[in-house]
Design a protein around this ligand. Structure first.
Ligand SMILES: Nc1ncnc2c1ncn2[C@@H]1O[C@H](COP(=O)(O)OP(=O)(O)OP(=O)(O)O)[C@@H](O)[C@H]1O
Length: 251
């Protein structure tokens, strides 16, 4: 297994005062699903934005499949499904996917046609994206992200807004692409899914990566059975959890 994504000591400060990401380093290898988990505002999306080059890191280096993260060549190495779905609402789903195929120079439309059917959005393919639900847009963006068979797949909150069948299909597809040696990075608050799906997790708390490792090793380290409990302990939230239980008990 080789490192497809290498994140080395990246930092980001907003407006010279908000430290959003502080010297974060981790790697995602071929055939590995890496979950980036952390409380609201801990720095997950900022980290992903630096990897996808939407935002420039103040310090550190990012390498994607051996290429400098900020290079144009690195862009074709990954597929990205953001949480905030920024897709052109004035195109139809078919026009959007056809455009993405042209952009990535993909000639074979088999995957596009079959995934549209699997996700049950074929009836909407000739309607404007502006009329799609959040889940339909996410399905469309997922298809667009994997059309060119990227080495690295990056998903920010992939399961949010999806119906249960779509979540099951997403997970199957992620397992399929992992088996085909794709490196997969997921940022999620869904810790049950992260525990069942990911090989490794990074726990980010207050801009710092406080844990990074295989889930089974982290469960052993904290003597816990659930990733949720490791997350609470590593993020320094366990005591607060006890306080919250007390408050709820008194309601
Ligand atoms: N464009 C911005 N300008 C100023 N501050 C920002 C900006 N984007 C994010 N931040 C701040 O950076 C910190 C990290 O935010 P980020 O969105 O990366 O967190 P997150 O872990 O993705 O949160 P969530 O789980 O709520 O999506 C927060 O304090 C946030 O307020």
């Amino acid at each position: 297994m080789i490192d497809i994504l290498k994140v080395d000591n990246i930092s980001k400060v907003y407006n010279k005062k908000v430290i959003a990401v502080d010297q974060v380093s981790f790697q995602v290898k071929t055939g590995e699903i890496y979950g980036l988990i952390g409380p609201n505002g801990s720095g997950k999306t900022t980290t992903i934005n630096m990897i996808t080059n939407f935002s420039k890191a103040d310090t550190g280096e990012i390498t994607i499949n051996g290429l400098k993260g900020s290079s144009l060549a690195a862009r074709s190495q990954f597929g990205y499904v953001p949480d905030e779905l920024l897709i052109p609402e004035t195109l139809t789903g078919f026009e959007y996917l056809s455009f993405m195929m042209k952009m990535y120079e993909v000639d074979d439309d088999y995957a596009m046609k079959e995934l549209v059917k699997i996700f049950r959005i074929e009836d909407a393919m000739h309607s404007l994206i502006g009329g799609y639900s959040h889940g339909m847009k996410k399905k469309l963006q997922f298809i667009a992200a994997i059309l060119h068979q990227p080495k690295l797949l990056i998903l920010d909150e992939p399961f949010r807004g999806l119906d249960p069948e779509a979540v099951i299909i997403f997970k199957k597809l992620l397992g399929h692409y992992r088996a085909k040696n794709t490196a997969i990075l997921i940022a999620t608050h869904d810790l049950l899914s992260a525990q069942s799906l990911c090989d490794k997790v990074g726990i980010i708390s207050k801009a710092e990566l406080v844990e990074d490792g295989k889930i089974k090793d982290l469960l052993r380290k904290y003597s816990m059975n659930q990733l949720e409990d490791v997350f609470m302990a590593a993020s320094g939230l366990s005591e607060r959890g006890i306080e919250i239980d007390k408050v709820i008990g008194n309601l």
